[in-house]
Ligand binder design. Sequence first.
Ligand code: ADP
Ligand code: MG
Length: 338
Amino acid sequence: MIRFEGVTKSFPDGTVAVGGLDLVAPQGQITVLVGPSGCGKTTSLRMVNRMITPTSGRITVDEQDTATMDAASLRRGIGYVIQHAGLFPHRTVGDNVATVPRLLGWDKDRARARSLELLERVGLPTEYAGRYPHQLSGGQQQRVGVARALAADPPVMLMDEPFSAVDPIVREQLQEEFLRLQGELGKTILFVTHDIDEAVKLGDQVAVLRVGGTVAQLADPGSLLADPYDDFVADFVGRDRGYRGLGFRSAPSLEPHDEPWVLLGDEPSVHARGDSSWLLVVDHDRKPLGWVEPGRVHGAVAEKDLHRGGTVAARDGSARAVLDSALSSPSGRGVVVD
Ligand code: ADP
Ligand code: MG
């Protein structure tokens, strides 16, 4: 677990990048830091592995004060992935991944075997091991970046916009595979993005930061969307996702009902492919129960089909047809929110 206690960072030019950050990233979960450009996300992340020294406050990793640890052993336990994978250009893909195990003293064969295993895990055919980074697409390079960060099996991962520089379709694949991998590995992850859609999709919990590096709201994705703490969060959440109209305030009033309600909205701005839509399922108190893919709505929404902050976008199919199918079931209730 990573804990920030009153952490600040002022740069010599007077910029206050982080202005008193209090945050806990629980063990085995994905905590997303999201916020506008310049709000201190990268600075916060880089203070965890001491690439940047805090001005004041304390950061602990598994209850150990990072300020008192030697930087090398601190970093051995922390994988770090950045936007442009930052691979060594003159080393093969396989060697890039094997570098850390080699530094840890593993023999060549063992490091190589580990490298191949990880490349496979991140979905890269092992024949890529002999290629050089420039022979890979951006998405493939990011996969290598993730594999390299996992090489020493660190319990903690810091990820700074790892999927932001690839095209939307590849980004979606990387996100989904990342979630699957995390399901197996259960790392403690601090994940930075400026994209609220990505934050909601990946985060077990999401911290929205405001410029100046303080937490505006920390919540699970459903609560964040349903109940933004203030106008800043509502704007941030709404602007990027087209959620403005969703806010339960503007939804037609719902009668209490035993069955879950399904709220439906078009989301053209996020996936920009056909009639994208998503479904948010709420209980009779309008508390979000989770997301569901419209394609899975066959009558009533089964609990097993709910994703909390999981896949939120339909690949195709019109919003109206989905709503009709939700409504046509005896127990289904729905409302269109536009
Ligand atoms: P984010 O990752 O959220 O976009 P950063 O953490 O990179 O934001 O930066 C936060 C603020 O700190 C910005 O105003 C940025 O310009 C400033 N900043 C970052 N690094 C430095 C530095 N080395 N010197 C001065 N200001 C910096
Ligand atoms: Mg940044």
